[in-house]
Design a protein. Sequence first.
Length: 550
Amino acid sequence: MIAFRNFALRRGERLLLSDVDLTLHAGSRVGVVGRNGCGKSSLFAAVMREVEPDRGDLDLPSRLRLASVAQETPSLPDAAIDFVVSGDTEVHAILVAEAAAMAAEDWDAVAVAHQKLAEINGYDATARAGRLLHGLGFKADTHQMAVSEFSGGWRVRLNLARALMQPSDLLLLDEPTNHLDLDAVLWLEQWLLKYPGMLLMISHDREFLDGLCTHTLHLNEGRAKLYSGDYTGFERQRAEHLRQQQIAFEKEQTERAHLQSFIDRFKASAAKAKQAQSRVKRLAKLAGTEAVRAERQIRINFAEPAKIPHSLLRLNHVDAGYGETRILGNVKFGLEAGDRIGLLGPNGAGKSTLVKTLVGELPLLDGERTAHPDMVLGYFAQHTVESLHEGQTPIDHLRDIAPGVSTQDFRDFLGRWNFAGDRAFEVIDGFSGGERARLALALIAWRKPNVLLLDEPTNHLDLEMREALAEALSLFEGAIVLVSHDRHLTGLVCETFWRVADGKVEEFKGDLDEYAAWLRSRGSNTAEQGGRKAANESASDQRRAARRVA
């Protein structure tokens, strides 16, 4: 379907790719991976004919139907479900024609429009859009909200739903799991497994890549090489080449030892047996990839806390929520030294509410929160990256929280977080999302916390930084509470899981695979209900939508 012949691609003065000769076949699901700046998004732009190759040819079928996720969402008055329906351009065009014919009282044209809709199953479009919205976490009562009423993250989901709505032979997805929670990621993975066309996907979520990809396209040092298999398979194949260069892998040994230690400690414990078995599977996936991991340039660490009290934080019979609205009731949750807890739960169930309550950011509606006086909290919220100060440098940010420390100490510390040399003195305005997230984590680490509360810390982080974070958290000696859609990170770091659902917080005895099964069984009925509700919208509602977008 797609053929690159002596292909070269340049952006500005920099040659990103050269001498690329490969063919991608119909029906394949290809993960495009490589370090930031290697040309992944530029390659997508070339496939979409937005940029021309510097040399060579890129051959695409003449009648290829291509779908991709828009980068921007206008502040439209259209209802969310109408916006998604418009992603099916053929149905949308007929609806627009129908609205124009009705306005002109041309009933013959109206009849033709109705016939065309029937021929392409266009009357199912609203139901399809409703199922997409439900799968991506939109509650039924939000489907009629105007696009302009949604925040930026939810508009990203709307753009994704609109792309999935469009019939296509080739689907391009650039970081589709950003701004999604674990539930939506699991749903999207299942949807894409059923997608009949070719999928090209850029992602920093290795579990997502492993669950979907039939091939991996690795961009590195101006070259592109296609590997058969998923991301873990690619790592193993690449490791065979790197191992010939005698690359050290001490860091991998440490991570393996941490996993093996957990397995040895708890494999005989009935209470921990499932978590231990989960670690066995994770350890098996790491086998043979040591050289790839050792090649990575980024190494980070959280310094040893000054003190780690045994009992750090506790919620006793707490009701939590916002104002008069209770989200969680009678929460009994304790955090002790060495705890590594992953929070699971459906979208909107209250995971972030629980984290904010643990932090003390939300006033309690009822109950008691007690914290040890020696507790030092490191909190990464979903809005933490946005709270960094424009116009300031990394050193400025550190000086705000530690005014009496020398500049050299700041430089030494930032160098360990890959802000070496002059990068420590650059204003953050030009930083990428990943660099900002890395700086936010560095500011947390500076305080030497003994408790880490992390709410989606991997948004914007690339694969290399995610691996470095997983290693650092595996070695962290304090307590951790983690909310993340990245199953690889969650599986490596967390030793117990708590489920937040239906207003309750309770320990979940299974592993991540069992949670996914629970979620599917829970969601099947509500998905059908959402689709039926959307399908029951009247024809007049659809015609009004067509007039708004005409």
